[in-house]
Design a protein around this ligand. Structure first.
Ligand SMILES: [Zn+2]
Ligand SMILES: [Zn+2]
Length: 253
């Protein structure tokens, strides 16, 4: 049974049953990483599409912009005109927002005022770079994927079984799922979920550890003729498990 607060948060956060079910059955090392790759791709396409011409979108781009990684990805997509349009007005807005600190830097007449001016510029830059629209869009989907995963685990025994047979998550999304689970589950069910999730994660970290160890042994001459046992890519799977492949990098807002 779920307490009332569970029902209220259910109304706030939309379930993403289909992608989460597909993910749990995909046999991936972290299906949240896969879903985040899709979310990122969709958001990049959105800001390179006709929406760039939409005045409301442009206002939001001028106000929030993108983090360095997502500006780089927009540029790399080779849709130069759209990026030029956004960059043009984003830079203009940046000049407006930095006007005070640029003037302070020019006009500082003592070491103390210079130090202050540099601090102000640094603060303005931090503010300007927070709130990337693509990170925000990914973050919103991420929350729904976490929520749906925990919710389905609490509601659906078939999902619970598929979950226990899956390969777990990267450490980063494991942490996110732990944190978000309290929104989706009653306190007592969350307790069980945290234990099951941690057991799953540890079992899969053990599996990866064995694989990457065998990979290190395979490079020894005495093991040259022994089979790889599917460990040719264990270094990639291991590093992806540790850091995640597709993370929101601007979670400050
Ligand atoms: Zn992940
Ligand atoms: Zn970003």
């Amino acid at each position: 049974m779920h307490p009332i607060h569970g029902t209220i948060s259910l109304m706030k956060i939309q379930l993403e049953t289909i992608p989460v079910w597909d993910g749990i059955k995909s046999n991936s090392e972290c299906y949240i990483c896969d879903l985040m790759a899709e979310a990122q791709h969709d958001a990049i396409s959105f800001y390179l599409g006709s929406s760039v011409m939409n005045p409301e979108t442009r206002v939001r781009v001028n106000e929030h912009g993108f983090c360095y990684k997502h500006f780089q990805m927009l540029v790399a997509a080779n849709k130069s005109q759209g990026v030029a349009l956004m960059a043009d007005t984003y830079l203009a807005m940046t000049r407006v927002k930095f006007e005070r600190s640029f003037n302070e830097l020019l006009e500082a007449k003592s070491p103390r005022l210079t130090k202050k001016a540099i601090e102000h510029f640094s603060e303005d830059l931090d503010k300007r770079e927070a709130g990337c629209l693509i990170c925000t869009s990914m973050q919103n989907r991420l929350k729904r994927y976490y929520y749906t995963t925990a919710y389905l685990w609490g509601e659906d025994t078939e999902f619970r079984e598929a979950f226990s047979e899956s390969k777990g998550f990267c450490l980063h999304h494991f942490q996110g799922l732990l944190q978000q689970s309290k929104e989706a589950l009653s306190a007592s069910v969350q307790l069980e979920f945290v234990r099951a999730l941690t057991q799953l994660e540890l079992a899969n970290l053990d599996r990866i550890a064995k694989d990457v160890y065998w990979m290190t042994q395979k490079y020894k001459s005495e093991n040259m003729d022994k089979p790889w046992n599917g460990c040719e890519d264990a270094h990639k799977r291991c590093t992806n498990k540790i850091t995640g492949r597709n993370r929101v990098i601007d979670p400050l807002h």
